[in-house]
Write a protein that binds this ligand. Structure first.
Ligand SMILES: Nc1nc2c(ncn2[C@@H]2O[C@H](COP(=O)(O)OP(=O)(O)O)[C@@H](O)[C@H]2O)c(=O)[nH]1
Ligand SMILES: [Mg+2]
Length: 420
């Protein structure tokens, strides 16, 4: 901690200023309002998280912190062992948690040994193999006739621990994420974030995101639904904005100056509280996993990651797929295809509408022209008729004036009338 002693006074002040913040209510999966269907409530949820990162970054502690129990024996209690495993181990732990009558079976897959060797070039390999083996097991069940009792042990999210160096990602981090990003939902976290100051965390987060973008690594992208209510949209945006989550883990309670006991880490200058959002992003990480994005993570794993794996596998096995079926199976390709079809349809409709419009305009123009001509001829006819009458009248007038009297009978015969 000698590195941080210089930062201690400012950190202490910051912590003192927020320490009075009220404790977060317990936010767990029992509060799941939107994502839960009745069936899941009855059957219980099953969610599998894998945790990867170098030794000593706090993976096992996080597992205990997540479960709120001590699944792992504390280091001192564990059997001492001289043997160092030669490869990355994969350990799977499950626990049923029940909250307000809602059951959740949370399985956490820990990966001790990752990055521990002189040569870590292939540290990612056993982990990739484990993820693929879980896909294979699911695929095998799908091919069975009786699919009623499907067990889903696929990994729905992978929390990747980044050492709190404050610099940038290590080659080991980049290699792991690049090898795994198309197989699993990657959620990067900054481990032991209590060893960094607030500013250091902010800068480190940015550098990590830049590195991830530069190496074209796909980390989990939570979708935003505009039709969700404002509160949900705002909450989701808030959660996503914290990635990579800067976390602090602890399975021990410590006492605050006001006597409250909280999960946290005690330092000479104060206490870092695990469940205080002002102190670290652990609450946000748990909310995302267990409350807001559990169904999303499962869906993406099934619809995209698993489907891609399955199609690739079938192709390498020499199973020729009907391309149309193939596309239908891949939701991303299917969506793109539907979008293109829709666009083509729209374009065709637009062209048709344009044509009809032009036709209508032409028809109207022709009609107008015709009526104009008709009007013109009528006008001419009337004019001619009037002119003829005028000439006749003039003729009669001239004859009358020339002195030849006309009797009323004669006049009547000729069509003249007299007002009496
Ligand atoms: N400062 C700090 N120490 C932690 C944190 N989480 C775990 N530790 C400590 O780091 C050490 C290694 O933790 P462990 O969970 O066994 O790491 P793992 O090897 O990744 O499983 C233990 O002494 C923990 O008490 C944290 O968030 N901050
Ligand atoms: Mg461990």
């Amino acid at each position: 901690m000698s590195d941080n002693s210089a930062n201690a006074p400012s950190l202490k002040a910051a912590i003192n200023s927020v320490i009075k913040k009220k404790l977060q209510g317990y936010v767990g999966f029992a509060n799941l309002p939107n994502q839960v269907h009745r069936k899941s409530v009855k059957k219980g949820f099953h969610f599998t998280v894998m945790i990867v990162g170098e030794s000593g970054l706090g993976k096992s502690t996080l597992v205990n912190t997540l479960f709120g129990t001590t699944l792992y024996p504390h280091k001192n209690d564990a059997e001492p062992s001289d043997e160092t495993p030669a490869t990355v181990e994969i350990q799977s732990l499950s626990a049923d948690i029940e909250e307000n009558g809602v059951k959740l079976r949370l399985t956490v897959v820990d990966t001790p040994g990752f990055g521990d060797f002189v040569n870590n070039e292939e540290s990612w390999k056993p982990i990739l193999e484990n993820i693929e083996a879980r896909f294979d097991a699911y695929l095998e069940q799908e091919n069975r006739v009786n699919r009623r009792k499907m067990v889903d042990n696929r990994v729905h999210a992978c929390i990747y621990f980044i050492a709190p160096t404050g610099h940038s990602l290590k080659p080991l981090d980049i290699e792991f994420m690049r090898r795994l990003h198309t197989k699993v939902n990657l959620i990067p976290v900054i481990a032991k974030s209590d060893t960094l100051t607030e500013d250091e965390i902010k800068q480190f987060k940015q550098r990590i995101l830049d590195d991830i973008a530069q190496h074209k690594i796909l980390i989990y992208q939570a979708p935003q639904y505009e039709y969700d209510d404002h509160e949900t949209v705002a909450e989701n945006r808030e959660i996503i904005s914290k990635i990579p989550f800067a976390i602090v883990g602890s399975d021990k309670e410590v006492e605050l100056s006001d006597g409250r006991r909280v999960r946290g880490r005690k330092y000479p200058w104060g206490v870092i509280e695990v469940d205080n959002e002002e102190h670290n992003d652990f609450v946000k990480l748990r909310q995302m996993l267990i409350r807001t994005h559990m169904e999303e993570l499962k869906e993406y794993t099934n619809d995209v990651l698993y489907e891609n794996y399955r199609s690739e596998k079938l192709v390498t096995m020499g199973v020729q797929q009907d391309q149309t079926v193939f596309k239908e199976v891949n939701p991303l390709a299917k969506m793109e295809e539907e979008r293109q079809l829709h666009e083509a349809k729209l374009q065709k409709m637009e062209a048709e509408m344009k044509m009809v419009f032009q036709q209508k305009v032409q028809e109207k123009e022709a009609k107008l022209k015709q009526s104009e001509e008709e009007l013109y001829t009528r006008h001419k006819e009337m004019k001619d008729a009037l002119e003829k009458q005028r000439l006749e009248l003039e003729d009669k007038k001239r004859r009358l004036e020339s002195g030849r009297p006309i009797t009323p009978e004669k006049a009547k015969k000729k069509g003249f009338s007299f007002n009496k």
